[in-house]
Design a protein around this ligand. Structure first.
Ligand code: SAM
Length: 516
């Protein structure tokens, strides 16, 4: 079986993992089935129930990834009802093929998006059995471990399998079942160890369901005591790993097995021909100190510690202004001093009009004579017959703007009458802020490198291939030497190195210093 994580199809397929995304961080994993393997008794076959409705798998199958799919009305009435004597349960009949699943009827509301599985979406949706390594951490770890197609990585413990899936994608270089490894092309492998039996069983099952069983090998093992060989802990095969990731409570206890020549005399689990990159994941600095101390004793080099402080940045357009009323997510607040003053004037004007009306009504009731007197006075001053044209002539631009925004019976909530040609997605100010609710947990990552095994023979080979005292042309012209010739030269070199020691030892006799 090909894995949807490694070679995704264009659309969803039966008996394959699919992720049902309800909201951004709310994803449900499910294996799509044409029949109900749990026999829950739905007329529509297998159904996944969510808070946004019920989704029969017949509506989810053979759909392009990313599709938005509507919920369905499903027949739940007969579920759990006891069949009459001699009658079969609906689920049993469906199982025996006597009934074909009912065509689902679309519900009026509720939908989801069908997502193709990736290690990241799997991490966001997987059933948590332990603390897991999240995507920001594992992307950094795999990069620092130089994990690439064809690499072999040791992982302990497997936990919920979050890191396992990301590592499987990183090492993938072909399926062993379809394209066996050749001398020139190594197929990548993840050797995952877990000492909790149920967790080891669950990860093995998931790996099989996800089509990763040729790439990931899960072993139920206490790695502190039994190390990292595949099969038998003492005589098993070496995974020949070139990268190691330890997510264990006490990684320093496992380090004694990750050496070139184990003290037990068994084979090393490391690749003898390459340097080994290691990363340990610890939640506290005390663990980090003990790990680094053990690494120093065991010859690990380039030891460094990193804390990943990942932040998800939310970038959005913030629309602010009194004219943004009715726009979703907008902040209805003056966006400038001018707008604030205009608004304040409108409010003031409205308050004054209200109080004037109130005062006038009281005044009319209490003093009709006084009003007549007032009118008489106005007549005398000639202010009642005011020319409106004359008033406009003295009006300043600010007054004109204010007049436009004044409330009138037709427009009680005046808005600035500006013609906006900016498309809605570009409206507002571009702002960004970090999201605090990011799923993660404290991770102090210790990285180190164990250099490759280096013998005298390797040194000589190296010296012959790249002689330090000859010119580039001379080394290019040099004929490649045979293995026997190189061995002979290595022996001669060793003998030559021993020669001065002998001479030194025999020196006192020759010089006669002792005698003196
Ligand atoms: C934090 S979880 C690993 C989570 C995993 N990295 C993931 O991303 O899902 C640590 C796991 O190490 C396992 N473990 C602890 N001690 C172990 C040991 N001595 N040998 C093997 N596994 C061990 C635990 O059972 C646990 O499942």
């Amino acid at each position: 079986m090909q894995s949807p994580f490694l070679t995704p199809s264009l659309q969803s397929r039966p008996d394959s993992l699919a992720l049902l995304q309800l909201r951004r961080d709310d994803i449900i994993p499910t294996i799509l089935r044409t029949h109900d393997d749990e026999q829950l008794g739905y007329d529509e076959g297998k159904v996944t129930n969510t808070r946004y409705g019920s989704f029969p798998h017949s509506t989810l199958l053979n759909q392009p990834w990313g599709s938005q799919l509507a919920a369905s009305k499903v027949d739940t009435g007969s579920r759990g009802r006891r069949p009459a004597k001699g009658q079969k349960r609906k689920a049993d009949e469906l199982e025996e093929g006597q009934l074909s699943p009912k065509a689902p009827v679309q519900a009026s509301s509720g939908f989801l998006h069908l997502i193709c599985p990736t290690p990241e979406s799997w991490t966001a949706s997987l059933p948590h059995r332990t603390q897991v390594v999240y995507a920001p951490d594992y992307s950094y770890i795999l990069e620092r471990l130089r994990v690439r197609p064809g690499s072999t990585i040791i992982e302990a413990g497997s936990g919920s399998g979050s890191f396992t899936h990301a590592a499987a994608r990183a090492v993938f270089n072909g399926y062993p079942a379809y394209e066996p490894a050749t001398k020139r092309r190594r197929l990548g492998k993840v050797c995952s160890f877990e000492f909790h039996q149920q967790r080891a069983g669950k990860v093995t099952e998931e790996i099989k369901q996800h089509g990763l069983d040729g790439i990931v090998q899960v072993t139920h093992r206490d790695v502190y005591n039994d190390g990292f060989l595949l099969g038998d802990p003492t005589t098993g095969a070496s995974p020949k790993a070139n990268a190691v990731f330890l997510d264990l409570p006490a990684p320093w206890l496992a380090l004694k097995h990750l050496v070139r020549k184990p003290s037990s005399g068994s084979e090393s689990p490391l690749d003898p021909l390459s340097p080994i990159h290691i990363c340990t994941f610890s939640p506290c600095l005390e663990q980090v100190q003990r790990t680094i101390s053990a690494m120093r004793q065991l010859g690990w080099l380039m030891i460094s510690m990193v804390e990943v402080q990942h932040r998800r940045i939310e970038v959005k357009r913030e629309i602010t202004g009194l004219d943004a009323e009715g726009i979703r997510g907008a902040v209805i607040f003056p966006k400038s001093v001018d707008e604030a003053i205009t608004k304040a004037r409108v409010v003031e004007e409205r308050a004054r009009a209200f109080h004037d009306r109130f005062r006038d009504e009281n005044y009319k009731k209490s003093a009709p004579i006084a009003k007549e007197q007032e009118e008489q006075e106005d007549k005398e001053k000639g202010t009642t017959d005011k020319n409106p044209q004359q008033d406009n002539d003295t009006e300043t631009p600010a007054d004109a703007a204010l007049a436009k925004s004044r409330p009138s019976p037709q427009n009680p909530n005046p808005k600035p009458n500006r013609k906006n040609t900016t498309p809605p997605h570009k409206l507002g100010r571009l702002v960004h802020r970090s999201e605090l609710d990011l799923k993660t947990h404290t991770s102090y990552l210790v990285f180190a490198v164990l250099p490759r095994d280096w013998s005298e023979e390797d040194e000589l080979k190296c010296q012959q291939a790249w002689p330090s005292n000859s010119t580039e042309t001379a080394s290019q012209n040099a004929k490649p030497k045979s293995k026997t010739q190189m061995k002979r030269e290595a022996k001669a070199q060793r003998d030559k190195n021993k020669q001065p020691e002998k001479e030194e030892k025999s020196a006192p006799e020759q010089t006669g210093i002792d005698e003196a």
